[in-house]
Write a protein that binds this ligand. Structure first.
Ligand code: SAH
Ligand code: SF4
Length: 388
């Protein structure tokens, strides 16, 4: 790192960057690792609470900006123990991050959301009394991609999140876990298109994976994307294919996909699948293909058959997501029989295909519903607990 490179926000500096920063403050570089570990291992975001550092240094670091950048304003716990944290940044912008505990049995939300790659290769080293949690995090406030079934898309992009704001969601979420819980998987499936905010997403991925910090294996981190082809290529190269990818496909013809997802005009299905074919996917790993089912748009059996032939020979598992209704649209999910008929075609064709269970429905925590709630409070629903 050259002396002229501006340093990133204190919450997302690597130990090496901390050494540079401490030197610039006239402090000794050996403090770099303890400061980094206070943040990323212990989840302390306020320098004044780093109790084994000299008080003068704590104050200096606090002045430098080593302080929380978000505040949890609401925690809603649903009947299935999914927790939705509404977090607010300094400018008043709010996003949500969701903690989803695993449930036993195949097809649990953790497996489905965090992708087979993690589950497939998972030698079960967690003690039985430990409950694994998947955290869903947001990368932008709103989203520029404009998918018609998505609350974030309808809201439009308000702003990108900085990596310090993305990583802080993880630290905040991990701090909020019950004592018996362990953070096992992270999915970038909240508000926003992670690859539209590439640099901040990439720094986040590096920090989540840092062995002296949060130390989550890259394959336990899933990036969900609407299909930004150049950034998929870049991610594949920069992370050697290790990051687990979930692709929001949602239709098998360009006409249908463009109607649901305007980004398809720029990167049509053929180009997207070509990007997956050249992605340096490690052996025995698979892509997740997300397919949000919208009644009358993409839920017919002919579509399922086309999907089966489109993906033939590709290393994929398919997640069917019955659309969660959003306020801003009359689009609706198919009825259950339609979902099951769609799934059957794919199972019969030999695919691994789950219907994503709706977790945290009663707290609007289902992915794709994470947008408008902060800006526009909804009528209250019955919650198991509601801490404001
Ligand atoms: N922008 C990224 C990641 C965030 S959206 C992407 O599109 O992949 C995460 C997932 O939630 C996507 O598969 C998206 O299609 C899905 N989603 C969005 N709105 C939804 C809704 N109303 N019902 C069901 N799934 C939805
Ligand atoms: Fe953005 Fe994903 Fe929503 Fe599309 S589905 S608008 S890409 S957040």
């Amino acid at each position: 790192m050259s002396a002229s490179t501006p340093l990133p926000h204190p919450l997302v500096r690597t130990p090496e960057e901390w050494r540079v920063a401490l030197a610039a403050l006239g402090e000794r570089p050996f403090r770099a690792m303890p400061v980094f570990q206070w943040i990323h291992r212990r989840g302390v975001m306020d320098a004044r609470q780093m109790s084994d550092l000299p008080i003068a240094l704590r104050d200096k670091l606090y002045e430098e900006g080593l302080a929380p950048v978000l505040e949890t304003t609401t925690v809603r716990r649903s009947l299935d123990d999914t927790r939705k944290l509404l977090v607010q940044f300094a400018d008043g912008a709010t996003v949500e991050t969701v903690l989803i505990p695993s449930v036993s049995g195949p097809g649990s939300a953790a497996e489905q959301n965090a992708d087979a790659a993690a589950a497939d290769l998972d030698e079960d080293d967690a003690a039985p009394e430990v409950r694994r949690v998947t955290q869903c995090i947001s990368t932008q406030v709103g989203c520029a991609m404009g998918c018609v079934f998505c609350a974030s898309g309808v809201a439009g992009l308000k702003r990108h999140l900085g990596s310090h704001e993305i990583v802080s969601q993880v630290l905040e979420g991990r701090n909020a876990l019950d004592p018996s819980e362990q953070l096992r998987n992270i999915v970038l499936m909240g508000m926003g298109e992670p690859l539209h905010n590439y640099d901040e997403t990439a720094r986040t991925l590096r920090l989540l994976n840092h062995k002296d910090g949060i130390n989550l294996s890259t394959r336990r981190v899933t990036v969900s994307t609407s299909g930004l082809v150049p950034e998929i290529d870049r991610l594949g190269k920069e992370f050697a294919g290790q990051v687990t990818l979930a692709i929001s496909l949602h239709a098998t013809t360009d006409e249908r996909r463009t109607a649901l997802m305007p980004i398809n005009k720029k990167y049509p299905i053929g180009e997207l699948l070509a990007a997956l074919r050249r992605y340096p996917l490690p052996k025995r790993r698979r892509f997740t293909i997300e397919f949000t089912l919208v009644a009358g748009q993409n839920d017919d059996v002919a579509e399922a058959r086309r999907l089966a032939s489109l993906l033939r020979g590709m290393p994929v598992k398919i997640n069917l997501i019955p659309m969660n209704p959003i306020e801003a649209s009359t689009l609706a999910p198919p009825d259950l029989s339609g979902v099951l008929a769609f799934q059957k075609v794919l199972l019969d064709a030999g695919y691994s295909c789950f219907v994503r269970r709706r977790r945290g429905d009663d707290v609007d925590a289902a992915c794709g519903q994470l947008a408008l709630l902060g800006a526009k409070p909804r009528p209250k629903r019955p919650f198991a607990s509601d801490k404001s």
